[in-house]
Design a protein around this ligand. Structure first.
Ligand code: HEC
Ligand code: HEC
Length: 291
């Protein structure tokens, strides 16, 4: 067995050292492995070729463009152009055909509904929720209860022009603020709210209901209908079902009647192209409750 000292001096004899030494550790001057060295040379040659062919060096206000003239931006633009061209077979048809005719073409419908779904995800979920199930003040678009109509043309019109929007063709229905505008007193509003509860089969105070019924007939029936089933011309909700825009409780109804609500749905014909708006209408229509 050689001692550590002997082993060390034996190795030092064979390989030259660089003369560097730290804490008794010497640095050998071994040559680089061949494979490493050749890879290194290949890389250098490769880099020269790359500099010449591809955009590489930044200049003060520009960059070297390389002999191939390659541009990642141009390549993305080309990909997008190709995708558009592939889609234009469908989008051209959607633009030209009526909504009814689009619905007869199942392949076109599949494309339109997929496009509508993605446009919905970008533009509509903030208010209507990701599954279009709505929330307080924002209608659920999955059910078959429609403020303005659930056939394809009605839905298309609502999306195009909005509700109480800034578009001149907007849908419009204006429930007065009965307390603020001093049309009814607070106790009359309490009575008509009690009556409203009975329309959807909720429990209510009988004396109040008796006083509230004629008030409803006089002040509310013009928009909500004599039986409270709602009128789409005014976007007045059906008050006899269990689907509520704002809430079924008396306190919420009193709020609505006292101050009005006037929810706003934006017009989309000024924000999105006509093909996208049509796709949205078709998507909403197939969500489940289309008429
Ligand atoms: C800023 C909130 C908001 C956004 C964004 C919004 N909506 Fe609405 N939407 C509303 C409100 C509020 C109503 C109810 C209006 C009313 O009181 O009649 C409504 C109503 C509707 C209706 C009518 C429902 C019915 O029962 O008749 C449809 C259809 C509709 N929205 C579709 C869409 C689509 C499609 C988009 C996206 C392109 C969208 N909405 C984006 C707020 C919004
Ligand atoms: C000029 C038409 C009009 C008149 C009159 C009217 N409403 Fe409305 N009502 C509406 C509209 C439109 C809405 C939809 C809410 C909005 O304004 O955004 C509504 C909403 C409501 C709601 C909310 C329903 C829900 O789903 O949450 C209640 C409750 C209601 N009205 C009760 C009444 C009562 C009670 C009266 C009479 C005192 C009355 N309305 C008079 C048009 C009218």
């Amino acid at each position: 067995m050689a001692t550590d000292k002997q082993q060390e001096s034996h190795l030092v004899d064979e390989v030259e050292t660089t003369g560097h030494e730290w804490d008794g550790i010497q640095e050998y001057n071994n040559p680089l492995p061949r494979w490493w060295l050749y890879t290194f040379y290949v890389c250098i040659i490769w880099s020269v070729g790359y500099w010449l062919l591809m955009p590489t060096w930044p200049l003060v206000s520009d960059f070297t463009r390389g002999y191939l003239g390659y541009s990642q931006r141009a390549s993305v633009a080309r990909d997008i152009e190709e995708a558009r061209a592939a889609q234009s077979v469908y989008t051209d048809k959607i633009e030209k055909l009526s909504l009814a005719d689009i619905r007869k073409d199942s392949e076109l419908m599949e494309f339109a509904v997929a496009g509508g779904r993605s446009a919905f995800g970008v533009n509509c979920i903030q208010c209507h929720g990701s599954g279009a199930s709505g929330g307080i003040a924002y209608p659920n678009l999955n059910d078959d209860d429609w403020l303005w109509g659930g056939d394809i043309e009605a839905i298309h019109q609502t999306i195009k022009f909005g509700v109480r929007s800034d578009h001149e063709d907007t849908r419009f229905g204006d429930m007065p603020a009965f307390l603020k505008d001093e049309i009814l007193t607070a106790s009359e509003i309490s009575d008509v709210a009690e009556f409203t509860l009975t329309l959807s089969g909720q429990k209510a105070d009988a004396a109040s209901v008796a006083r509230g019924a004629p008030i409803f007939a006089e002040q509310c029936a013009a928009c909500h209908g004599p039986a409270g089933k709602g009128l789409r011309e005014f976007g007045a909700p059906n008050l006899t079902d269990n689907i509520w825009l704002f809430g079924r409780d008396k306190s919420v109804i009193v709020q609505t009647v006292s101050n009005g609500r006037a929810g706003v749905m934006p017009a989309w014909s000024t924000r999105l192209d006509p093909v996208t708006v049509k796709q949205l209408a078709l998507y909403i229509h197939v969500l489940g409750g289309g008429e």
